[in-house]
Design a protein around this ligand. Structure first.
Ligand SMILES: NC(=O)c1ccc[n+]([C@@H]2O[C@H](COP(=O)([O-])OP(=O)(O)OC[C@H]3O[C@@H](n4cnc5c(N)ncnc54)[C@H](O)[C@@H]3O)[C@@H](O)[C@H]2O)c1
Length: 456
């Protein structure tokens, strides 16, 4: 069980100079490895890989994120992209341009999955295809890197977990922040008592642009000739070709998962990783469609409130999340954890730890002595004060969370072990995000059992 007793213990633990890694790298690294519970550390980059270590990948869904994923994946030594699949011809042409004319391409993901030369696939499709393609890929014994949220609906989660367990392949969800130095440092600091006892967390995503609000450009040649529209629909209602639905799928509930599925899920993944939490037991969301009234079916402002029960891993705490697509503060995101003795802002390459200067419990013996001295009329010499904020920053040249996430994925394949953001973790991160939509549309709180993964 985590010791969340006090910052003093933490300070003692890592010596007076709290500046952390710079002062006590050995201790912190050892603590990080011990406390994080990840099997990923330390990251080791070999320069050369034997042919046995080579991993051949296929990309399914070669749009914005799928391409970004593939571009990062192939920077991991020993990884080669040999195939790409997409439903829009323009994206297939783009993939050939990016990865070579000799790659195998298709509109039908099943043709890609049947290929023996592919060890792992990236699933970068819209959300309503994640479960089907991931399960099928695992049944073909492919390892899978599936974009977030892992599923489109909570009823789909169990199938993905079962497929991973049954096929014993590596399955990782694409909330890359979890693999970052920043998330690992935050996890270590929390466990060491740096902010005292956790009682609250908050996070947001703010955006204020058409693309930020999902109004992506629609290619001039978009039509039912260049797009496999019927395949795109999956099991959802048939309708005539609609380029907006295809290229701006996030705006429609049949294909996307709203702002919570798109963005809250990243915050849940990081928070659950840092706190070792399985998730909240009560979920309530409110919001509205305030500005981007382009036919979309989901709100552009959403606030979620979540109640995390006391568990062996963490004390009880509350979480507040919001997304605002009409936010004049600009394009930014934030995750903050607050405890009885301080707080920390968590970024992927930086953690800022704030100490609560006002902290002075009534029974603090040091404070009592100080007051006694002050009242005695004697000269009370001033003391040195600790900095109110300590900043932990990644070293220059850090390759970033996205690289680390792919590195962890491929290392797990090579070393035949699991990753932290596996199907079960991915399900637990997706569920409260998806249940925000239920709460918002049904206008009521939702009760969730995060241990047994069921509605209460
Ligand atoms: N991890 C992150 O930071 C991050 C960032 C952005 C998006 N994403 C996730 O990545 C996924 C893709 O988002 P995007 O912004 O790249 O969307 P996108 O529309 O740019 O790309 C999706 C692509 O999938 C293709 N596609 C649709 N159905 C398919 C199918 N059955 N088979 C093959 N291809 C299919 C489309 O033609 C399109 O090219 C989403 O799940 C999204 O949530 C993650």
């Amino acid at each position: 069980m985590t010791d969340y007793s006090s910052r003093k213990k933490f300070l003692k633990k890592i010596s007076a100079g709290i500046a952390g890694a710079a002062f006590a790298p050995g201790i912190l690294k050892a603590a990080a490895a011990e406390q994080s519970g990840t099997e990923e550390q330390p990251l080791r980059l070999k320069k050369y890989y034997s042919p046995n270590d080579n991993i051949q990948i296929g990309l399914i869904g070669a749009g914005g994120m799928g391409t970004a994923d593939a571009n990062t994946a192939i920077t991991v030594p020993g990884v080669k992209l040999v195939a790409a699949c997409d439903l829009y011809d323009g994206r297939i042409a783009e993939a050939r341009k990016n990865y070579g004319n000799d790659i195998f391409t298709t509109r039908d993901y099943r043709e890609l999955l049947q290929r023996k030369d592919i060890d792992a696939v990236i699933v970068g499709t819209p959300d309503h295809w994640h479960k089907d393609i991931s399960v099928e890929a695992m049944n073909y014994k492919k390892s899978v890197y599936c974009e977030k949220p892992m599923v489109h609906d909570i009823t789909e989660g169990a199938d993905v977990v079962a497929a991973q367990n049954r096929n014993k392949v590596v399955f990782q969800v694409g909330s890359q922040g979890m693999s970052s130095l920043g998330n690992e440092k935050a996890k270590q600091l929390l466990a060491a008592g740096a902010i005292g006892k956790l009682n609250y967390a908050e996070g947001f995503w703010a955006r204020n642009s058409p693309e930020g609000a999902w109004q992506y450009p629609i290619p001039a040649d978009a039509s039912d000739k260049t797009v496999d529209w019927k395949m795109f629909l999956n099991k959802y209602p048939d309708r005539p070709f609609d380029a907006k639905r295809f290229f701006r799928w996030r705006c429609y509930r049949d294909y996307g998962t709203g702002v919570s599925g798109d963005l809250f899920v990243h915050l849940f993944s990081s928070l659950h990783f840092i706190t070792n939490s399985k998730g909240p037991q009560k979920i309530m969301a409110m919001g509205g469609l305030r500005y981007w009234k382009d036919g979309r079916e989901v709100p552009d402002i959403l606030m979620g409130m979540f109640d995390y029960p006391e568990t062996p891993e963490h004390p009880p705490f509350n979480l507040s999340l919001r997304v605002n697509f009409v936010d004049g503060t600009g394009d930014n995101t934030y995750l903050r954890l607050v405890g009885s003795e301080g707080s920390m802002n968590v970024e992927w390459d930086k953690v800022t730890l704030f100490h609560n200067k006002a902290y002075a419990p009534a029974d603090d013996p040091l404070l009592a002595t100080k007051l006694k001295k002050e009242n005695s009329g004697r000269y009370e010499r001033k003391t040195m004060i600790e900095p109110d904020a300590t900043v932990f920053k990644a070293e220059d040249g850090y390759k970033g969370a996205h690289f680390d996430h792919f590195y962890n994925f491929f290392s797990a394949i090579r070393e035949k072990r699991n990753v932290t953001e596996d199907a079960l973790f991915g399900y637990r991160a997706a569920a409260p995000a998806l249940l925000c939509n239920d709460s918002y549309f049904n206008e009521k709180p939702v009760k969730w059992d995060p241990v047994n993964l069921k509605l209460v």
